[in-house]
Ligand binder design. Structure first.
Ligand SMILES: C[S@@+](CC[C@H](N)C(=O)[O-])C[C@H]1O[C@@H](n2cnc3c(N)ncnc32)[C@H](O)[C@@H]1O
Length: 205
């Protein structure tokens, strides 16, 4: 997927995103962030923060930096910051494949429903590892291709269609983890039958 196409799709989604996806995405976002063990004063980067579904889950004692490619999605997040009266959040329009932050800027990085949306997930992961401190925590919530052969093949088959909707359905988790070169502490689904995985990893650089 080309970056301009992705931007256009998510600008278009912005006004209906939460009506369409919140009920599916929010429970995992909540669980993942509440399990991140975020300490007072820590800096947390939310990559592809979208409309800011995560914003009311992060503790008030940390510093949150959210970035997104889509200005329209960010406007929704900014509105949440205002309504929730959050003073510990900064939002930037930025490409996750080219993060405008110094090395080792963040203690923790959260990436939900983004690695199968970006044109190159490994460029994103390289950037995430660069800006996250060594030993820092990287948490990913995402759909990955099913290990069930039938469903996995179907997900591969529908990839051209899913791409037109703004994400690829054929990203395989094992390949993603291996190529990202992260040390995974745990990976699990919230429910026994679920499309989405939570991955908790340590940044070994
Ligand atoms: C499916 S939404 C997920 C939003 C949010 N993280 C959530 O879980 O609800 C994907 C988001 O990634 C953003 N995105 C896509 N490509 C990006 C890129 N290269 N850099 C930054 N954000 C990107 C989109 O604009 C969109 O807001």
């Amino acid at each position: 997927m080309e970056i301009e196409a992705v931007k256009k799709i998510y600008n278009g989604y912005s006004s209906v995103y939460e009506a369409l996806f919140k009920r599916f995405f929010y429970p995992r976002i909540k669980h993942a962030i509440q399990s991140m063990n975020i300490q007072p004063g820590e800096w947390v980067l939310d990559v592809g923060i979208g409309t800011g579904l995560s914003l009311n889950v992060f503790p008030g004692h940390c510093k949150i930096v959210g970035i997104d490619l889509s200005r329209e999605m960010l406007k929704k997040a900014q509105e949440k910051v205002r309504i929730l009266g959050l003073h510990n959040v900064q939002l930037f329009e930025m490409d996750a494949m080219n993060l405008n932050f110094a090395d080792d800027s963040f203690d923790k990085v959260f990436i939900s429903h983004v690695v199968s949306v970006v044109p190159d997930p490994y460029r994103v992961m390289n950037e995430v590892k660069r800006v996250c401190k060594k030993g820092g925590r990287i948490v990913i919530v995402n759909h990955f291709r099913s290990s069930n052969k039938l469903i996995g093949n179907l997900e591969k088959f529908i990839t051209p269609l899913s791409k037109r909707m703004g994400w690829r359905s054929d990203l395989a988790m094992d390949e993603f983890i291996a190529k990202s070169d992260i040390r995974v502490e745990k990976k699990f689904k919230l429910k026994k039958i679920d499309f989405w995985h939570l991955i908790f990893a340590t940044n070994e650089k």
